[in-house]
Design a protein around this ligand. Sequence first.
Ligand code: HEM
Length: 398
Amino acid sequence: MSDILTLTAPPDGFHENPYPFYARLREEAPVCAQPDGSFILSRYADLDMVYRDTDTFISDKKAVFGPKYGVDSPLYEHHTNSLVFNDPPLHTRVRKVMVGAMNPRALAQMEPGLVTLIDSLLDEMADQAEVELIEAFAGAIPIEVIGNLLGIPRDERDPLRDWSLAILGALEPALNDEQLSTGHQAVTDFKAFLRHIIEDRRAHPGDPETDVLTRLMQTTGDHLTEVELYQNCIFILNAGHETTTNLIGNAIALLDQHPAKRAELLANPELITTAVDEFLRLESPNQFGNRLTTRDITLHGVTIPAGTDLHLCMGGANRDPRQFDSPDEMQLDRRPNKHLAFAGGAHTCVGLTLARMEGRIAVGRFLQRYPNYHLTPGAQRGGRIRFRGYARLPATLT
Ligand code: HEM
């Protein structure tokens, strides 16, 4: 067994800079055994193959989540009913509804409101000597966007961010008792919160073209059960929140670390579209995904038995030199850039166009408005393995 990376006990320095560890995994242990019998895969071609082969690599994680959370627990109910941890038929039913609601017309309708929201957040920061950018900016945007998507009243959105962090945090490879109980409580509180929203929407349906909740409730034929409805509402809030916050926060940090790239983007604002994908590739908000094998397979000489949990290291695959020229270098106009930050295959992120739009408008307008911003001491990483981003990112703006 290689000792390069054990996910339940990452080595010193890993959170700060995981990329040298990923590079070693790709070269020395592309199928890296973990003490619990799971494996890490880190090469681009291997992840791409796994995403495409949904017969051999499934998303259902009941076998893993049962022992982890307890089968009667709120976290088990949540994660095992979310579309991302399911295969057909539940996955197909829910995904169809969500994809339909993210249609180009619905997204185009969202754009002016998003610009207004972002500009108002930028205005609010103007007079402050120092701003904490996660709370004041990067974290505030996705909550509003997804709150609008599901029609959650604006004055009721405050608790969403903490619930979402607690529920996704419970996906970390190693959990302490406090993280577990905070995660369970967050699911319970979130469900109670959704009850009146769902009842209200039943009485007053929204526009099914654009309102995801109305769509989920009106799905004809293959109706969602009540549990599936609640848990997938929670999932969509979570899926689009921390990931997008991290995209925006990571991009602002990257541009601070690369002044020449910042100048290049300021001089050529049209590069923001390809730049957002380069930020996603270099500092992928979601660093690890998962699949379970349904049969024995042999990869790079290692036999992986049926029923094995695989950790798919997107953060490593996205810097694989077999796929990307100069993979550690930031190229704002990188093309092609077929990164796996949104995964691939049947479970490719449903919100990728929305996320790119949020990133483009937020980072682009932030930079134009505050071209001389500087991060100040006190940046704090999220400290997660699966999700890469900052918990705090203090900065001065002028
Ligand atoms: C930068 C932001 C985002 C990143 C990096 C991201 C990343 C991902 C990844 C990697 C997956 C696949 C997980 C897997 O199969 O292992 C995924 C799935 C998903 N994402 Fe995103 N996401 C982002 C934003 C969003 C947004 C804004 C929404 C919706 C509002 C969203 C909704 C979803 C949904 C519904 C799925 C499940 C798809 C399925 O299982 O078929 N995501 N996302």
